[in-house]
Design a protein around this ligand. Structure first.
Ligand code: ADP
Length: 943
C-alpha cells in the first residue's frame, strides 16, 4: 500500500496490486506530510493539525494538536526514545513525550535557527535532522533538544533553504535545497552539491518530499516529478583534484600586449627567467574538466606576498616587473563544499638578476665599498695624524718662539741694565778726564778707559736700537732741518777719530742749505754703522762719505753714500749681509755681532728709504741709502729739530757768571741709590741738595721744602717722573719750579711725553755730572733771562695797562717783545700769574700799604707762596718789584708832565716826596727834575 498526500486533493492510498486509489476520508484536502506512527496508524499532517488514519477512518489528534503552537503542521518524527518531534509551518518545533506531553518548543525566540520547519528526520544513530527555511540543523542527542548545530560547509555552498532530508546506507545525509541536491558527509564536514549540470531535472523541490526505497535508493519530489538518487557512488574528494599550469606567457619589455607576448614551455616545476622577462602571465586549470564548475582555485606568489587570490573562474595570474629573485607560485584547489586540499600545486620561478645585480657583481661592489671605506679610514687616520703632528709642531714652534722671545727679552733687559752702571762709569770718568790737575800718564789711561766705555755704550745702544726695530717699537720721528750739516758733523767726527793713518776719510757733502724732514737719530745710526764698517774693513786707501741730491722720474732723492777701497765683500756673502747675525766668513773678518747692517736695513725701512750695496773683493764696497727729499712723512711723529743732540755727554755751555751767592736748593728724585748718590755728590759743591727715592716721596718733599729745581728719574716706583712732573706743573704753588727728567730709556715717546708734561729739560742716561751741571746752569741762566725780560717789560705792561684799562691780563703783551720766545718757556699758568700780579699792583698803585700781604689777599694765595714765586720767576723780592713798577709809572707821569712831582709821588703810592726822590734816584741814577729835563728839555718842572 502506498500512502499519498497531496497539497490540495487530500490523502489517498494506492493499491499497486489492483492499481486502484482509495481516498482517505476524514482529513482535510491540503496534506503537508505523512508519518507512519505504527502499523495501521498513519499520522497525516495538515493545515489544521495532525490526523490519525488507519485507511478506513480518520480522526484528528486533538490532544496533541492542542499542545502545538501552530496547527499548520509540516512534519512529524519520532526519536529513539519515542519522543515526538512535530515541525510546524510557522512556529518552530514542538517536542512531546510518547504519551503526548509537551517537552519543549523550539523556535527563534529560544535560539533555534528558524520558525519554518520543512522536514524532521531521525537517522540511524538516533540524531534528529531538521530542514528549515534557514538551513539544516542537527540535534546530535535527541534527549537534549536544546543543543543543536548547523553546517558552515552548506553555507559556503550557498545553501540557505533546506526542504527534505534522507539518510543513505553510509549514514550520509542527502538534502534537497534551494541549490539542488546536497550530500553531507557523515562527520558533517564535507559536502557535495548536485545541480542541473549533474542531470537533475529542475531544482524546485518540495518541502518534506522525500523517501528511501528498500533498494537503498532515495527519492525526492519536485515540481518536475520524483527524482531518484542512487547514493552508492562515493563523494568526490578534493585530494583527487589535479591542477596543471597550461601556459606561461612572457611579455617583452614589460608590455602586456598580444604583439609582445610569447610562451615558454613549462616542462618541469621550475621556470628560469631572465631579468627582462619579469612580466608574465600564468594560466592554469583543473585537469578533470568535469569538475571544473565544482572547484574553487586560489593562488599566490610566495616571495612576493602571502595573499591568496581567488580565481573566480578566471584561471590566470598576471605579474608585472617582478624583481629578480626566487619565487614559489602555488595554486590551492578545493571542491566546492569541501576543505582545502593538499598538497598545493607548485611552480618554482627564478628570475635571474641583471649582470650588474649578479652575486659576483654585488661581491665586486662590496669589495669596492670595503676597499673604499678602508682607504677612507686610512686616509682619515693619516690626516688626523698629520693634523696632530702639525699641531704639535706648531705648538713646539710657538714654544720655541716664545722661548726665543723670552731669551731676547732677557738679553735686552740685561743690556738695558748695563746702561745704568755705564752711566756711573762714564759720568765720573768724564769728570776725571776733564780735571786739569790730572797727571798726563793717568789722563792717557783714563782716555783709553773712556774710549772703551764709549765703544761698550755704542754696542749696547746698537743692540737696544736693533731690538727696538725688531719689536716694531721704533717709530719714525721726523723734524725739519739741514741734513747736510748733520752728515758733515758725523763725517767730521769719524775723520777726527780715525786712528789709521793709511786711511783717508773724505767728505763730499753737497749742501744746498735746504731743510728737509728726516729722523736725525735714524740717519745718525745708519751713517755711524756704515762708516765704522767701512773703516773696519779698509786697511788702507780711502773711505768716502758723500751726500747729494739725485733726480729720477721727476722726483728728488737724497742720497747718502759710504764707499771704501777696502777688502770688499765676496759674491757669496753679498746677498746675506743684511741678514741678522750674519758675518762673512773670510780671512779679513773682524769681530762683531752681525746686527749692524741688519739694524741699518730695519731703520732704512722705517725711514721709507732704500739701501743698495755694490762690492768687489779687494776693490771696495759702496753702500747707498736713498730717500725722497721732499717727503713730509705724514704718518710719522713730527717734532722740533734739536740742534744739539741731547744725548751728547757734555754740553759746552758756560756757567752763568753771576750765579747767586746764596746756594740754590735742588731736589734729586731717583730710585737707584748709586745714581742718586752720584748726582748728589756732583752737585753738592754748588747747590744745597736734598734727595727723595720715589715720585711720591719727591712730591711730598717738594711741597714741604719748595726747592729751586728738581731732577727726577722717569721710571720709579709709587709715582713715575712724568706724573710727578705733570702734578707739579699743574699746581700754582709749584708750577714755577724747573724740572729735569732723567731716564735710562732712549725712547722717543718718553721724551715726547716728558716735554708734554711740562719738563724743562730731558737727560738720557748715561750722562756725565758735567752735562747735568751744564743743564742746570742753562736752566738757571734761562730763568734769569726770563726774569730780566719780565722786568724789562714792566714799562710796556704799565703803559698798556693805563691806556687799555686792563684790557687783557693774557700774555699777548709779550708777543712782540724780544723776550717773547723766552716767555714761552714759562708755563701758561705762570705767565697768567705774573699778568695778574702786575694788574693787581697797577690797580692799587696809590695805596701806600700795597705789599705782599695785600696782593696775596687779592690773588687768594699764601704770602709765602707768592713771595717764593715772585722771587723765583722775577729774580727779586716782591717789594723790590712793586717799587720798580711804582717808579716806572712815576717816570711815565713825569714824561707826560701833567702832574707835579709831589702828586706823582702820592699817585704812585710813596709816603712822601723824600722817599720818592730817594727811590727814583736809586732806580734811574738821576733826580726827577733831571729826568724831566732829559725827556722834556723845554718844559719847567712843576714842584
Ligand atoms: P758686524 O760689523 O758686527 O760684523 P754688520 O752687520 O755690520 O756686522 O756687518 C755684517 C758683515 O758684513 C760684516 O761682518 C762684514 O763681514 C761685512 N761687511 C759690512 N760692511 C763691510 C764693508 N764695508 N767692507 C767689507 N765687508 C763688510
Amino acid at each position: 500500500m502506498l500512502w499519498i498526500g497531496s497539497n490540495e486533493a487530500g490523502a489517498m492510498i494506492y493499491n499497486p496490486g489492483k492499481a486502484t486509489f482509495q481516498r482517505v476520508t476524514g482529513v482535510p484536502d491540503n496534506i503537508r506530510g505523512l508519518f507512519p506512527n505504527a502499523p495501521g496508524d498513519m499520522w497525516i499532517c495538515t493545515n489544521y493539525g495532525i490526523y490519525s488514519s488507519d485507511g478506513k477512518s480518520s480522526h484528528r489528534l486533538d490532544g496533541i494538536n492542542a499542545l502545538l503552537r501552530d496547527n499548520v503542521v509540516q512534519c512529524v518524527a519520532k526519536d529513539l526514545n519515542g519522543n515526538i518531534w512535530i515541525g510546524t509551518f510557522g512556529k518552530g518545533i514542538s517536542v512531546l513525550t510518547k504519551d503526548g506531553k509537551s517537552i519543549c518548543n523550539l523556535d527563534m525566540t529560544n535560539g533555534f535557527i528558524s520558525n519554518a520547519i520543512n522536514s524532521i528526520k531521525c537517522d540511524s544513530h538516533g540524531r534528529i535532522w531538521v530542514a528549515t527555511r534557514n538551513g539544516l540543523a542537527l540535534f546530535p542527542d535527541s534527549g537534549k533538544p536544546t543543543i543543536h548545530k548547523t553546517f558552515p560547509v552548506l553555507e559556503r555552498l550557498g545553501i540557505t533553504y533546506v526542504k527534505a532530508i534522507e539518510e543513505d546506507k553510509q549514514s550520509e545525509v542527502w538534502i534537497t535545497t534551494n541549490k539542488g541536491i546536497a550530500r553531507l558527509s557523515d562527520d558533517g564536514k564535507k559536502a557535495a552539491l548536485y545541480q542541473s549540470s549533474h542531470g537533475l531535472p529542475l531544482n524546485s523541490f518540495f518541502g518534506n518530499g522525500s523517501a528511501k526505497g528498500n533498494n537503498g535508493k532515495l527519492y525526492f519530489s519536485s515540481g518536475n516529478g520524483v527524482v531518484e538518487v542512487n547514493p552508492e557512488a562515493s563523494m568526490p574528494e578534493t585530494s583527487d583534484l589535479r591542477v596543471s599550469v597550461s601556459n606561461f606567457t612572457v611579455f617583452k619589455e614589460g608590455r602586456d600586449s598580444k604583439d609582445n607576448e610569447y610562451s615558454i614551455p613549462v616542462n618541469s616545476k621550475h621556470v628560469v627567467l631572465e631579468h627582462n622577462q619579469s612580466t608574465f602571465k600564468i594560466t592554469f586549470g583543473i585537469t578533470d574538466i568535469a569538475l571544473h564548475d565544482d572547484t574553487d582555485l586560489s593562488y599566490n606568489m610566495k616571495g612576493l606576498d602571502n595573499v591568496w587570490m581567488e580565481t573566480h573562474g578566471e584561471n590566470t595570474a598576471m605579474y608585472r616587473n617582478l624583481p629578480p629573485g626566487n619565487y614559489r607560485f602555488q595554486i590551492r584547489q578545493c571542491l566546492k563544499g569541501q576543505e582545502l586540499g593538499a598538497p598545493y600545486t607548485v611552480l618554482y620561478i627564478e628570475i635571474k638578476p641583471p649582470v650588474w645585480l649578479t652575486w659576483w657583481a654585488k661581491t665586486a661592489y662590496a669589495v669596492a665599498i670595503v676597499a673604499f671605506i678602508a682607504w677612507a679610514a686610512i686616509f682619515y687616520k693619516r690626516r688626523v695624524n698629520l693634523r696632530q703632528r702639525l699641531k704639535t709642531e706648531m705648538e713646539n714652534s710657538r714654544n720655541r718662539q716664545n722661548l726665543n722671545e723670552e731669551r731676547l727679552r732677557f738679553y735686552t733687559n740685561i743690556t738695558h741694565e748695563l746702561r745704568t752702571p755705564l752711566t756711573l762709569i762714564l759720568g765720573p770718568l768724564e769728570d776725571l778726564v776733564s780735571d786739569p790737575s790730572l797727571p798726563p800718564r793717568y789722563a792717557r789711561k783714563l782716555k783709553m778707559i773712556r774710549e772703551s766705555s764709549y765703544s761698550l755704550l755704542s754696542l749696547i745702544n746698537g743692540i737696544l736700537e736693533f731690538r727696538k726695530t725688531e719689536t716694531q717699537n721704533r717709530k719714525l720721528a721726523v723734524a725739519q732741518g739741514n741734513i747736510a750739516n748733520l752728515i758733515r758733523e758725523i763725517g767730521l767726527r769719524f775723520k777726527e777719530s780715525n786712528g789709521n793713518p793709511k786711511v783717508q776719510v773724505d767728505l763730499e757733502i753737497d749742501d744746498d742749505g735746504k731743510e728737509i724732514y728726516f729722523d736725525e737719530e735714524i740717519i745718525t745710526v745708519i751713517i755711524n754703522n756704515l762708516m765704522s764698517n767701512a773703516l773696519k774693513y779698509t786697511p788702507q786707501g780711502r773711505v768716502t762719505l758723500s751726500y747729494f741730491i739725485e733726480e729720477a722720474d721727476g722726483l728728488r732723492y737724497s742720497v747718502i753714500k759710504v764707499s771704501d777701497t777696502g777688502y770688499g765683500i765676496s759674491k757669496k756673502g753679498l746677498p746675506h749681509i743684511f741678514d741678522r747675525y750674519y758675518q762673512v766668513k773670510g780671512e779679513h773678518q773682524a769681530s762683531g755681532t752681525g746686527i749692524g747692517l741688519a739694524l741699518v736695513k730695519n731703520l732704512v725701512v722705517i725711514h721709507n728709504a732704500t739701501i743698495d750695496v755694490t762690492s768687489e773683493e779687494n776693490v771696495g764696497s759702496a753702500f747707498t741709502v736713498g730717500f725722497l727729499t721732499d717727503s713730509i712723512y705724514p704718518d710719522a711723529i713730527h717734532r722740533e729739530f734739536a740742534r744739539k743732540p741731547s744725548n751728547a755727554l757734555s754740553d759746552e755751555e758756560p756757567k752763568p757768571e753771576d750765579m747767586s751767592q746764596e746756594k740754590m736748593h735742588i731736589l734729586v728724585i731717583e730710585d737707584n741709590n748709586d745714581i742718586r748718590e752720584y748726582i748728589r755728590q756732583a752737585l753738592s759743591d754748588e747747590f744745597t741738595v736734598t734727595t727723595a727715592c720715589n715720585g711720591l716721596d719727591g712730591l711730598q718733599s717738594v711741597q714741604a721744602k719748595c726747592p729751586d729745581l728738581i731732577i727726577s728719574d722717569i721710571m720709579m716706583p709709587e709715582m713715575d717722573g712724568i706724573t710727578l712732573c705733570r702734578t707739579l706743573k699743574d699746581d700754582i704753588v709749584t708750577s714755577h719750579i724747573p724740572i729735569i727728567l732723567l731716564t735710562a730709556k732712549d725712547s722717543m715717546d718718553d721724551k715726547e711725553t716728558g716735554y708734554e708734561s711740562g719738563a724743562d729739560s730731558y737727560l738720557t742716561k748715561p750722562f756725565s755730572a758735567k752735562l747735568l751741571l751744564s743743564r742746570i746752569h742753562n736752566i738757571i741762566r734761562r730763568r734769569r733771562q726770563i726774569a730780566a725780560a719780565f722786568i724789562g717789560n714792566i714799562d710796556k705792561s704799565v703803559t698798556q695797562d693805563t691806556n687799555q684799562e686792563n684790557e687783557s691780563a693774557g700774555n699777548t703783551e709779550f708777543t712782540e717783545n724780544e723776550g717773547s720766545q723766552m716767555f714761552s718757556a714759562v708755563s701758561q699758568i705762570d705767565r697768567e700769574f705774573i699778568d695778574k700780579f702786575n694788574s693787581v699792583i697797577i690797580d692799587n698803585m696809590a695805596a701806600q700799604d700795597l705789599g705782599v700781604n695785600l696782593i696775596a689777599d687779592k690773588m687768594c694765595m699764601s704770602r709765602s707762596t707768592l713771595y717764593r714765586k715772585i722771587n723765583a720767576l722775577l729774580g727779586l723780592p716782591a717789594a723790590d718789584y712793586i717799587r720798580k713798577i711804582r717808579l716806572t709809572k712815576a717816570a711815565e707821569f713825569l714824561r707826560e708832565g701833567k702832574l707835579s712831582v709831589t702828586d706823582i709821588s702820592y699817585e704812585t703810592g710813596f709816603s712822601g716826596h723824600s722817599s720818592f726822590a730817594k727811590a727814583f734816584k736809586k732806580e734811574y741814577g738821576m733826580t726827577a727834575r733831571e729826568y724831566i729835563a732829559q725827556f722834556r728839555p723845554s718844559s719847567n718842572p712843576k714842584p
